[in-house]
Design a protein around this ligand. Structure first.
Ligand SMILES: [Zn+2]
Length: 300
C-alpha cells in the first residue's frame, strides 16, 4: 500500500528563456539570428521576482544555460532570493533534434554554467517544449548519468508537439530506455473522466479561463498531488516585439499577455503552500516509491 505522505503543495515553476527562443519561431528565428532581437529576459525576470516577493513565495526556475551565460547577475539574484535554480538545457533544442549524445553535451553544459553561478548543485530538469516522450526515452538514462534527481518534462496530455497521454498525473518513477530510474514530477493536469486536460500554464494559462487552472489545483490538492504550474518570463511582458509568425502561432504567442500578472495574482491569492520542487524531494520520492514504475519506451 502507498504510504500516506503529504504532497499537497503548489510549485510555480518558471522556464527562463527569451521570447525569441520558443519552439514556434525556431524555423524563422534560429540560434544564428538570436542576436538580431533585443533581449528582455532580465527585466521580465525582475518583474517575476518582485511578484514572488510580494506573495512571500519561492519557486523553481528552470533556466536556459545560454541565457544564464549572458545574464549571470540575473541567475544570482534568483538564487539569492531563495528560489531553486534548475536546468532548461543550454540552447532550447527539442531533444528529438539533439539526439542522445547532443543532449548529454547540452545538459552538462547548462548544469556547469548554472552551478558555477549559484554555487549549488542543480538537480532538476525540464526539457524544452516538454520533449521527453516515448521516442526520447533515452533522456531519462542521460539525466540519471548526469546526476539529476528529478525531471518535470513528461506532460501527460494529448498535444501535437509533446505529451505522453498514458503517463501518470501523480509524481512517479520513470524508467528510461536503458533502465535508468528517475523521479518525474509532472505539470498539473485536471482529470475529467478518463482524460487529463492541460491546465498547468503557458498558453493554457493565457488563453483559457482561470477557473480551469483553479479546478485542477483544487482536485490535485484534494487527492494529495502537487500542483506544478509553469510560466515563461515573456508571458508577463505585453510589449515583447512582434515576430514574423503565422496567424495561429501569433495567437498562441501573444494572446492574453496583458492579463497575466492579474491572473497570477489571483492564483497566488487562492491559498495553498507554495515551494520549490527541490524542497520536497524526499516526500515526492517516498510517494513515488509506492507506485508502479512507468516504462517510458513502452508508453502508449
Ligand atoms: Zn522553454
Amino acid at each position: 500500500m502507498a504510504k500516506q505522505i503529504d504532497l499537497d503543495f503548489r510549485c510555480i515553476s518558471i522556464d527562463v528563456e527569451e521570447y525569441f527562443q520558443i519552439e514556434t519561431v525556431y524555423d524563422v528565428i534560429g540560434p544564428d539570428r538570436w542576436d538580431e532581437w533585443p533581449s528582455r529576459v532580465v527585466e521580465q525576470v525582475d518583474v517575476l521576482l518582485e511578484l514572488f516577493d510580494g506573495y512571500g513565495q519561492k519557486g523553481t526556475f528552470f533556466i536556459l544555460g545560454s541565457v544564464a551565460q549572458k545574464h549571470g547577475g540575473m541567475v544570482r539574484r534568483i538564487s539569492d532570493a531563495g528560489h531553486e535554480i534548475a536546468s532548461h538545457g543550454t540552447m532550447h533544442d527539442r531533444l528529438h533534434r539533439l539526439g542522445r549524445r547532443g543532449f548529454m553535451e547540452d545538459l552538462l553544459r547548462s548544469k556547469q554554467i548554472l552551478e558555477d553561478l549559484c554555487g549549488e548543485e542543480v538537480v532538476g530538469y525540464r526539457a524544452p517544449t516538454f520533449s521527453i516522450m516515448r521516442e526520447t526515452a533515452w533522456a531519462i538514462d542521460v539525466l540519471c548519468e548526469c546526476g539529476f534527481r528529478y525531471d518535470s518534462s513528461i506532460f501527460p496530455v494529448v498535444h501535437n508537439r509533446y505529451g505522453v497521454p498514458s503517463a501518470p498525473a501523480d509524481p512517479y518513477f520513470v524508467v528510461g530506455e536503458c533502465g535508468g530510474e528517475l523521479l518525474e514530477v509532472p505539470p498539473l493536469t485536471w482529470r475529467v473522466g478518463k482524460r487529463k486536460l492541460a491546465v498547468a500554464g503557458g498558453g493554457y494559462f493565457r488563453m483559457l479561463p482561470l477557473w480551469l487552472m483553479k479546478l485542477g489545483l483544487k482536485q490535485a490538492s484534494k487527492e494529495g498531488r502537487p500542483g506544478v504550474l509553469y510560466f515563461h518570463p515573456w508571458e508577463f511582458d505585453a510589449d515583447i516585439p512582434r515576430m514574423p509568425l503565422g496567424f495561429l502561432s501569433r495567437l498562441r504567442t501573444y494572446m492574453g499577455l496583458s492579463r497575466s500578472v492579474g491572473k497570477l495574482d489571483q492564483i497566488a491569492g487562492s491559498g495553498g503552500v507554495w515551494c520549490p520542487i527541490r524542497n520536497r524531494l524526499e516526500g515526492l520520492m517516498a510517494g513515488a516509491d509506492g507506485r508502479e514504475r512507468f516504462v517510458l519506451c513502452e508508453a502508449d
